[in-house]
Design a protein around this ligand. Structure first.
Ligand code: SF4
Length: 74
């Protein structure tokens, strides 16, 4: 993967955006929502494994700004 790669993962409601170069490996995301954020797997984000509300809530707790989302319904 390129150093400044931006990856996107979608479900019906949201597009999850991950900016790898911002990630500080705080582990918040996968400790909070381990069905969705699986750092040992590829793809490492499974956007259909929990409700979009829960995923958005968890993304809001990412301390580095590496994770963000676009709400397709707004
Ligand atoms: S919560 Fe954000 S900074 Fe922490 S591991 Fe996940 S993506 Fe990286």
């Amino acid at each position: 993967m390129e150093e400044n790669a931006i990856k996107k993962y979608e479900n019906n409601d949201i597009t999850i955006v991950w900016k790898q170069h911002f990630c500080t490996h705080s582990k918040n995301c996968w400790k909070g929502l381990h069905k969705v954020f699986k750092p040992m797997e590829r793809p490492w984000i499974e956007p259909n494994a929990e409700s979009s509300e829960k995923i958005m809530e968890q993304i809001n707790k990412c301390p580095s700004g590496a994770l963000s989302y676009i709400n397709k319904k707004k």
